[in-house]
Design a protein around this ligand. Structure first.
Ligand code: NAP
Length: 266
């Protein structure tokens, strides 16, 4: 297999979920600058207008002018049809046209930020897991099936994880268990497929809409105040700073496949 030039990520087909805002949007912008001309970015989320705006921004950027192509899929990843539409968009491309497949499973939500003892509604829990766990599992399998192992094709799968995958937080049972399950699934994938490069990247506390939800909607007073404090004391990270660490990880390509890598460890 061809070694990667550490300065770029090759001619890539790169799929990024949750690219309409927050960390996913920044990931699309940063990765576009690191891939070779004729690379294709496939961006997925529900907000069509935001995806269209990002597509236009990328088309006008240095990367766009150099020939990086940006497509988007408006998809609700909480349902089977949404996942299938992203896989369908990937299947429009031929493996031979690329030397690197990159899938960034970034889309995620906090769900109900209530104490576990109140989670009596099975439909609520199932729906949360459908989006936050099942979609990432099935999208990854669908994309890998569409782009099978081939000489000269490097395949990288990123799971955007969280410290919550490793540590319990009160009233965050859904988020913590969804992230823990995702990490484990991607560890299993790495173990089963040594030819893949798989990383569970924990981006640190980011100044995004998700943090706004965290500091306003968390049921547990102490945890909610912790998030409010982090915000008011300017301790949140920018998506740009965290994504720069992720891209460094991908460029260096030295992590152990399946590892959980935290922003603060890179
Ligand atoms: N923010 C933090 O402090 C933090 C810390 C650790 C880990 N993370 C993780 O980092 C990732 C990105 O977080 P963020 O802070 O950027 O979140 P965010 O600002 O809330 O953005 C979430 C993204 O997911 C998409 N999304 C939500 N529901 C969706 C659905 N049903 N189908 C398809 N896409 C959907 C959203 O797009 P649409 O609304 O357009 O669909 C949006 O692009 C998440 O996996 C999160 O768990 C975040």
């Amino acid at each position: 297999m061809q070694a990667l030039d550490a300065k770029d990520l090759g001619r890539a087909l790169c799929i990024i979920t949750g690219a309409s805002r927050g960390f996913g949007r920044t990931t699309a912008l940063q990765i576009s600058e690191l891939v070779k001309p004729k690379s294709v970015l496939v961006l997925a989320a529900r907000n069509a207008e935001a995806l269209q705006t990002l597509q236009a921004e990328l088309a006008a950027s240095k990367a766009g002018k150099a020939g990086v192509i940006v497509k988007y899929v408006v998809a609700d990843l909480g349902v089977k049809e949404g996942v299938e539409s992203v896989v369908k968009a990937v299947k429009l491309h031929s493996s031979e046209d690329f030397d690197h497949l990159i899938l960034v499973n970034n889309a995620g939500s906090l769900g109900a930020l209530r104490y576990a003892k109140t989670l009596t509604d099975m439909a609520e829990v199932t729906s949360y897991m459908a989006f936050n766990l099942s979609s990432a599992v099935c999208l990854t399998a669908g994309v890998l099936e569409a782009f099978p192992r081939r000489e000269g094709l490097r395949r990288t799968v990123v799971n955007v994880s969280s410290r919550c995958a490793l540590e319990p937080f009160q009233s965050w049972g859904l988020y913590c268990s969804g992230k823990a399950a995702r990490d484990m699934m991607f560890k299993v994938l790495a173990l089963e497929s040594p030819d893949l490069r798989v990383v569970n990247y924990s981006p640190g506390p980011l100044d995004t809409g998700m943090q706004l939800e965290a500091r306003t909607l968390t049921e547990d007073d102490s945890l909610r105040n912790t998030f409010a404090d982090m915000f008011s004391k300017g301790k949140l990270l920018t998506c740009e700073a965290s994504c720069a660490k992720l891209t460094t990880l991908l460029l260096k390509d030295e992590y152990t496949s399946g590892a959980h890598v935290d922003f603060y460890d890179v």
